[in-house]
Write a protein of this length. Sequence first.
Length: 271
Amino acid sequence: MKNILNAPFVREMCETTANMYRLGWDERNGGNISYLLDEGEVAAYLDVRKVLREIPTGFDAKPLAGKYFIVTGTGKYFKNVEKDPETNLGVIRIKEDGTTAQLLWGYRDGGRFTSELPAHLMSHMARLSVDPENRVVMHTHPTHTLAMNYVHELDEKKFTHTLWEMCTECIVVFPDGIGVLPWMLCGTNAIGEATAEKMKEFRLVVWGMHGIYGAGRTMDETFGLIETVEKAAQIYMLTAHLPRKNTIRDGEMKSLADLFGVKCREDFLDL
């Protein structure tokens, strides 16, 4: 059996968490990632019949029964994942009852998955109903996106439109726009349910005064979505107090979407 520390899905988690910490998005134990895996890719590195322990999830995820995930741990710092993945990450399988996670590897110090696992599982179910290839859910606290929450209306159309204006690539990268939630108590099923409802429509959901959730087919795609939002938010924060002399007009944004063959939220444009 191959060494799991060399598994592509472990390496991706290590590299991505290190990059997110380096960028200042995930201070202390902020942020969490869950990555849906195929049984075959897990079985190449682990005996899937060997369950180390069972951990209640606090949520009924029966539609995901039998599914495998690698998930960041609760209370763990992203800066430590790369040097000690077995303590800071875990590979779990959702048991048939839907409310139990079977630990197959990781959380070596007796830890457990992120407290926001229910929100992740709800988002996975929502995204899989839209795109069966969706595999990654990522939550992080990008600095400029968070700062923008305090000075911009938390309205989906207005928030999306402002970001689309900031960079030519934005409407091409996230043509479906950005869902927005008001501040809510984190780590609860209520915020998970609200996020999942938004995830049926958007791949990106802002948690007001907290951070952002992103979903995608690959780690790169999901990271890239959030990275593009953060760049646009940074440009907004650098220019919001200055007189606006130039902008990308709505008709030009629509032309961009048409050129790149993406279907944008035309109801978020004033055409």
